[in-house]
Write a protein that binds this ligand. Structure first.
Ligand code: PMP
Length: 356
């Protein structure tokens, strides 16, 4: 039986992506070759890379606006250091919003390059909300934030207005909601949530912000080199890029970000409504900052844990246990998660209430 997969990432992808990716492993484009054995310079794969890069900009509404999309390797974690390497001026500084573990990891790397100002932090409250009313120094090389905090279940609903470049780690909510994406100068995201399997990282860059740091940048870490080589500076992660393209095509056919946003809102609403209604459960993050992607919640009474855990496992739910730094439960309801699976979880929560 296919499980209802609530994993935070790698995570559920659309069924048709699994099927088409599986087929391409056996025979890619009726070529008599597997996607795993073809050259990344072959005509068929170059076409995959070109389409994937173009589709990213199309879905984000960034076509013809001076942006480039790259499919790199090294995870979102490599971007934690590529961003300061490429953007932080020598003797300059950068501004960071500290909203959780991943923001913190980005801050740690930035500190290796220069003065790193934490302009706002919710650390003291175990990151249960997004800091508000912070100010960003105009002389910083850039401002960095994390749009969705995968572990804590918080999500930025708006982004600051500033004249300096805005960099956003969108690993866990890319392609999930409509935003004016032109407010960002760099968006990066590991593929393994809303886009594809682990192994590639999407980086979307407004090209004009590059080349001003005054640093010598090693080729593999230099965004300008990757752009010049059309995301083929070295052998790209061929299969993750192909599977990502399949997911992007699925999203486009569905009606793009505006269409998936409605579905995501319905799923999150269904689950948060039950968390708020059911006296056995409570939400973890501040209501106004609740994530539409990672729903964190807990039992009011720990004594019910064993029963609840046995019940959700029995109906085929997997991956619901919260991250060790928060505890409780985390339901990751990414783009590919059907609302029917969310209903299964809500039904189990109601059933627990009836049994207690
Ligand atoms: N940023 C966020 C918001 C994440 O959720 C994660 C991974 N869960 C990362 C960064 C790190 O990504 P990676 O493992 O691809 O380096």
């Amino acid at each position: 039986m296919k499980k209802h997969n609530y994993s935070a990432g790698p995570c559920i992808l659309p069924k048709e992506v699994f099927e088409k990716a599986a087929q391409a492993i056996l025979d890619f484009n009726n070529s008599g070759l597997s996607i795993l054995e073809i050259s990344h310079r072959s005509k068929d794969f170059v076409a995959v890379m070109e389409e994937a890069r173009a589709l990213v900009l199309e879905l984000l509404g960034l076509e013809g606006k001076g942006y480039q999309a790259l499919f790199l390797a090294g995870g979102a974690s490599l971007e934690f250091l590529m961003v300061p390497y490429n953007l932080m001026k020598v003797d300059g500084k950068a501004a960071y919003l500290d909203t959780g573990t991943w923001a913190n990891n980005a801050i740690k790397e930035a500190k290796l390059f220069g003065e790193t100002l934490i302009v706002g932090s919710s650390k003291a409250e175990n990151y249960n909300h997004i800091p508000k009313n912070y100010s960003i120094p105009a002389d910083a090389s850039y401002f960095h934030c994390t749009s969705n905090n995968t572990i804590f279940g918080t999500q930025m609903k708006s982004f600051p207005n500033t004249d300096i470049p805005v960099v956003c780690d969108m690993s866990s909510d890319i392609f999930s909601r409509s935003l004016d994406f032109t407010q960002f100068d760099i968006i990066y995201a590991g593929a393994q949530k809303n886009m594809g399997p682990a192994g590639t990282t999407l980086v979307v860059i407004k090209e004009e912000i590059l080349g001003n740091s005054g640093r010598m940048i090693p080729g593999m870490l230099d965004y300008q080199q990757h752009i010049a080589k059309e995301s083929m500076y070295n052998t790209p992660p061929v299969f993750p890029v192909y599977a990502s393209l399949l997911t992007l095509q699925w999203l486009k056919n569905l009606g793009g970000i505006a269409a998936i946003e409605k579905i995501n809102e319905a799923k999150a609403n269904l689950l948060y409504t039950e968390i708020d209604r059911n006296p056995l459960f409570k939400g973890v993050s501040a209501v106004e900052d609740r994530s539409l992607m990672n729903v964190t919640f807990d039992l009011e009474n720990e004594a019910h844990q064993e029963k609840f855990d046995a019940m959700w496992k029995a109906v085929g739910i997997s991956g619901l246990t919260g991250h060790r730094s928060v505890g409780g439960y985390r339901a990751s309801i990414y783009n590919a998660m059907p609302i029917e699976s969310v209903q299964v979880l809500v039904d189990v929560m109601k059933e627990l209430e009836n049994k207690i």
